[in-house]
Design a protein around this ligand. Structure first.
Ligand SMILES: NC(=O)c1ccc[n+]([C@@H]2O[C@H](COP(=O)([O-])OP(=O)(O)OC[C@H]3O[C@@H](n4cnc5c(N)ncnc54)[C@H](O)[C@@H]3O)[C@@H](O)[C@H]2O)c1
Length: 249
């Protein structure tokens, strides 16, 4: 199936590693020109260099998604380098899991800032160009945690917020040929979850709760991103695609 992504320009935030790195690799494999962007310089540059070595068109921008000036530079450089911006994946994020009574304001603010404010800043920055092009795809990486997980009041609130934001923007921007959707991954075996002290338990419990009995892999989410970014998904907007091995609730 031709996804129609050849020469499209795609920004994936937080794409130095993990799910984001798999997304840029998948989009590049479809012929898209991709922008690797992350706060982690070394890893972002290594990810971009590896893709470039495979012959893909890649630009790398190091920056903090919570800073409006960094985000504007990201979009300005993308347009200056590739002439447009067609796909934005709001992927940068992280958990700061604690029971509410132990959750600091800092734990709350960083999760809100990186995931919700970051998505707001990046989407606002790409929107004028997408409107001018009459074509755009925005994909917010939410999580099954939008349904609510203990110790994740901050994370669940931000992930549910990304869904509300996508539905509002789907209604607002559809007239310009722009779709806005969410992907809600379940447990995915990445460095983010491998770093949690409860990694083995979480992984075991997730597999038990899923009808499909294996750990989710970055490629599972990257495939869903490629589909929602494609011409094939042009009549789908305001949706939440669960990539959870069949687990709901
Ligand atoms: N791994 C999972 O099980 C899972 C499940 C559901 C949703 N998600 C979501 O998917 C996304 C990617 O997760 P992952 O597992 O690949 O995590 P990861 O930690 O491997 O990757 C996240 C990336 O975001 C970057 N980042 C963090 N703060 C940033 C900032 N201020 N500015 C720019 N970049 C920043 C990090 O440096 C990192 O490279 C996150 O939003 C996460 O919440 C992950």
């Amino acid at each position: 199936m031709d996804l129609g992504l050849k020469d499209k320009v795609a920004i994936v935030t937080g794409s130095a590693r993990g799910l984001g790195a798999a997304m840029v690799a998948r989009l590049a494999a479809e012929g898209a020109r991709v922008v690797v962007t992350d706060i982690q310089r070394e890893q972002a540059e290594a990810t971009a260099a590896a893709l470039r070595a495979q012959g893909h068109a890649v630009h790398c921008v190091v920056g903090d998604i919570t800073k409006a000036a960094d985000v504007q530079r990201l979009v300005d450089e993308t347009i200056a380098t590739f002439g447009g911006v067609h796909v934005l994946v709001n992927n940068a994020g992280m958990p700061r899991d604690k029971y509410l009574v132990k959750m600091s304001e800092e734990d709350w603010d960083i999760v809100m800032n990186v995931m919700l404010k970051g998505a707001f800043l990046a989407t606002r920055a790409v929107m004028p160009k997408m409107i001018e092009q009459g074509w755009g795809r925005v994909i917010n990486i939410s999580s099954r945690a939008h349904l609510g997980n203990p110790t994740q009041a901050n994370y669940s609130a931000a992930k549910a917020g990304l869904i509300g934001m996508a539905k509002a923007l789907a209604a607002e921007e559809g007239r310009y040929g722009i779709t806005v959707n969410c992907i809600a991954p379940g447990f995915m075996d990445t460095e983010m979850v491998q770093a949690l002290p409860t990694y083995e338990t979480i992984k075991e419990r997730a597999i038990q709760a899923q009808p499909i009995k294996r750990a989710g892999q970055p490629a599972d989410v990257a495939d869903a991103v490629a589909f929602l970014a494609s011409e094939c998904a042009g009549f789908i907007s305001g949706e939440v695609l669960h990539v959870t091995g069949g687990r709901y609730g």
